[in-house]
Ligand binder design. Structure first.
Ligand code: ADP
Ligand code: MG
Length: 303
């Protein structure tokens, strides 16, 4: 009875309590969450308490919410892309007076933002359902980063910023990664380093091999507005936007870092940041060089 064998997803780190384990049975669908915690009296262990919660109904509601977002975003994307194309043609017309050209360009920027937010929401729905569809391959990380930087260069130049790349002198091992997904994650960090930078600022991208662990590390350092210390722990949560970002810059959805975090975790890596207000920020992520450290299965994160 293969349909009776549940898919098991551990939700807590191995060996830690409370231990949380999700069990999903298909046909009929049954979603259970098992929580196990020890009962201690002083130093002696009296036993364990186990709570099994039936989340089938709750999860089917969450699924229909995600389905709604997926369908709505798909439906919005096509007409918005057409509007963007139309505005682009209008703005490029040589006969158009300057003031109207500037209005068309303003509308174009707004539509492009809409398209981006819609795509972000679509990606998040897929990530949370565990259907983002990773396609891993062996990759040369230095060549990959150089390629992403090349395509970000126009934005960096436009913002009047300087870019430096600090890459290892020695050859480094390859990583197992999905180039498209990783491009999304890295582009997000770079766009933030551009958007939240200051006039004539710098961006330093560094690629290195960690000395005592089987990981490579990519960091993006900027000389921008920074993030308050008590906000750093909220950076990678959905829709979060920092106080400083809201003060200096109105555009943004607070979805980029949440997507980046999920992508890096699905690669078996870590993402993090350190920052000083009005001095700048460093965002980094690691990727394993040992393919066995890459999770074999995509895990739903939203439920
Ligand atoms: N390089 C950075 N410098 C300063 N603040 C940053 C930087 N990157 C991200 N942040 C803060 O984190 C928030 C979330 O970033 P993100 O998820 O990319 O969303 P968005 O850029 O759309 O606001 C930003 O609104 C900003 O407050
Ligand atoms: Mg962003």
């Amino acid at each position: 009875f293969p349909s009776l064998a549940p898919v098991m997803i551990p939700r807590s780190a191995p060996g830690t309590y409370p231990q949380i384990l999700d069990l999903a049975f298909s046909d009929p669908q049954l979603e259970l969450r098992c929580i196990t915690a020890p009962i201690n009296s002083g130093t002696s262990l009296l036993g364990f308490v186990k709570i099994i919660r039936d989340r089938t109904h709750e999860i089917s509601l969450l699924r229909s919410k995600d389905e709604f977002i997926t369908i709505a975003s798909h439906q919005l994307r096509t007409p918005m892309t057409e509007v963007a194309w139309a505005l682009e043609s209008i703005a490029a017309a040589p006969s158009l007076p300057e003031d109207q050209k500037s209005i068309a360009n303003q509308a174009l920027t707004a539509v492009k933002t809409l398209v981006r937010v819609t795509e972000d929401l679509l990606n998040i729905a897929k990530i949370e359902e565990g259907h983002f569809g990773y396609r891993f391959e062996q990759m040369d990380l230095v060549a990959f980063v150089e390629k992403v930087l090349e395509s970000t260069m126009p934005l960096i130049n436009q913002a009047g910023l300087s870019l430096y790349l600090d890459k290892p002198k020695e050859p480094i091992p390859t990583v197992t990664a999905d180039p498209n997904k990783l491009t999304l994650a890295l582009t997000n960090l770079l766009e933030n380093a551009i958007r939240y930078n200051t006039k004539n600022g710098e961006i330093v991208v560094k690629i290195e091999k960690l000395p005592d662990a089987p990981f490579l590390r990519v960091s993006v350092r900027d000389t921008g507005i920074g993030i308050a210390e008590d906000e750093v722990h909220k950076l990678f949560t959905k829709f979060f936007r920092g106080e400083n970002a809201l003060k200096y810059q109105t555009r943004g959805s607070g979805l980029g870092l949440y997507i980046a975090k999920n992508i890096i975790r699905a690669h078996g890596g870590q993402i993090g940041a350190s920052s000083e207000v009005n001095r700048g920020s460093t965002f980094y992520f690691t990727l394993p060089t040992d393919p066995s450290l890459v999770p074999v299965r995509e895990v739903p994160t939203g439920f």
